[in-house]
Design a protein around this ligand. Sequence first.
Ligand code: GAL
Length: 687
Amino acid sequence: MKRPVATEQFELGVCYYPEHWPEAMWADDYRRMVETGFTVVRMGEFAWSVFEPEEGKFQFGLFDRAVDLAHSYGLKVIMGTPTATPPAWLTEQYPEVLNVTYEGVTLQHGMRRHYNYSSPKYRELCAAIVTKLAEHYGNHPGIAGWQIDNELNCEVNEFYSESDHLAFREWLQHKYETLDKLNEAWGTVFWNQTFTRWSQVHLTRPTPSPKQPNPHQALDEKRFISYNTISFAKIQADILRELAPGQWVTTNGLFGHLDSHELNEELLDFFSYDSYPQFSSIYFDPAEENPLRDRGWSLSLSAVRSISSNFCIMEQQSGPGGWVNRMDMPSPKPGQMRLWTYQSIAHGADMLLYFRWRTATMGNEIYWHGLNDYHNQPNRRVKEAAQIGKELAQIGKSIIGSVTQASIAILRDYDNEWDGEYDNWYGPFMWQSNKEWFKALQHKHIPSDVLYMRSSTTLEELSRYEVLVYTHPAIMSDETAALLDQYVQQGGKLVFGCRTGYKDTRGQCYMRPFPGAAQEMTGITVEEFTMVKGTRQPTSISWSHDADILTGADAFNDILHVEADTVEVMGSYASDYYAGKPAVTRNKRGQGEVWYYGAVFNEQAVLQMLPALGLDSPAADWLELPPQVELQIRAGADKSAGSLTFLLNYSEEPAELLLKQPRTDLLSGQTLSGAVTLQGFGVLVLQ
Ligand code: GAL
């Protein structure tokens, strides 16, 4: 039975590092945290050397005092297990715990996450420290729960130490049993890679051309890393479950080469996420039309929600962010931190902690600003946090436990994400297309979910949505295709993009017409296909409902051929030698329909499809919104009890709304109707 994120109140708090500050400051810090409206504080996640200064010599004095004092102020403590930063004595004594790069370079002490998950010694030492911590704090009334490690697979998500090679081999032996089966799955007959002894099998290694390993091996490697990360975390989760049965367990994600759904399902009470919307300013592409910027974080939050419908934001950006020499992010403007807080809440957060209480005066993160500045005097960000604290103390109880509502989901799956990381012929398309779909839905105020296709996914889960969009699932098993087809037969609408269905779960290509496993349900085949780049001129699609509307047929073109008489051509290529050939089709099937879009999606193309898919804003009857305002809805299990509509203005400029029915804004307590101005970065929570 999993514990909920919050039951009594919305839990608001902050990350704190008592070991970084003179003890004389703690009481004042806690007092001001409580004044800010904080109820929860995370600590300990990098403090291994404080807990165990020498191997086997444990001491808890500093954290006992820090936890007890926090408790005396009524703050609940989240204790981090410190395994993301093994101490210097440990790496010196047992260098085999260190991680090694693909090229074979050992990554030394001096940053963090400098370890591998496979070393039996590291696993043993982690088990020892976590056991001691759990024995010591497992019954402490001030400890609410635990965070395992910190950001598993952040910074590094590849591991090539000797222990990793051995563990991979063992995992393969378990998976394939015989070398013959492994040889077949990896297609080793190609380029004479056939293995004749298990000792020849390794994780991918440098080859004559840089980073171009066997693709099937590369896919299995990522599956193994995920498995191995979970098995590493499981050691800690098992100890905590046994020794701290009254406290919850979480960890903060979401990173590569890790099936976070499985991690959460098997080990955690709920998932946590670290939300830094200002990363959008680092990855900003000036060429992108209509960029979502910080609002794009809502797509990541939707992925988090697919893991755990209600979650904790373990770290929420609370200032300008940067390390000494990278990630130089602008400061949040007045109101922006509050906006991002409600963004997290609108998407399902029931607990949220700012990172961090005070900016570090030393180390790599001196520019990763917390709420307080080095000088520790009152500032704008602390004030803004106090406003949020006050608001959530009042309205938090009406929010927690409710879940977001959506009629469309963007489907994803780990196999395609991992295989697509290497395979340029479809991998990058998924991120592009998902973003463009999300953008179009956001601008039309149609809330969406992310849903992961997994071996355990049921028809019931799919059927909650009127529309499913699976942009470029190159890997598709016949079982997955059959499940999706059932969804359609029952009335679901399913949309695919180019490069669908042509690979099996080994990553090998089917000897069938494209779209392979999805051929029957789409009712089309792909006559020809091409990348659209380099010397190829961009192509476009002309839409059947209005031939004058042209949208770009981006990046890749599948030239379609209609096979079934239930298929309607919705759009055709408007240029190149395949002008006039079908580019977008819709197959009526059972009660539902399957769309095939032959290119990589862009917002303009999605906007052409939305009306035909019957999608509209759930608030269309009573609310008119400009595009810069995000709409999200959370409702309790009993929907007749009403729902909460979150409106978030990402623009610095005021937004004009029209409420055709009166609604109460929980934040101000005011009843609003008619023309309403939502201030720049403003938020409304309408009931
Ligand atoms: C997170 C991490 C924190 C801190 C923060 C700012 O990824 O969990 O420990 O490093 O970023 O860099």
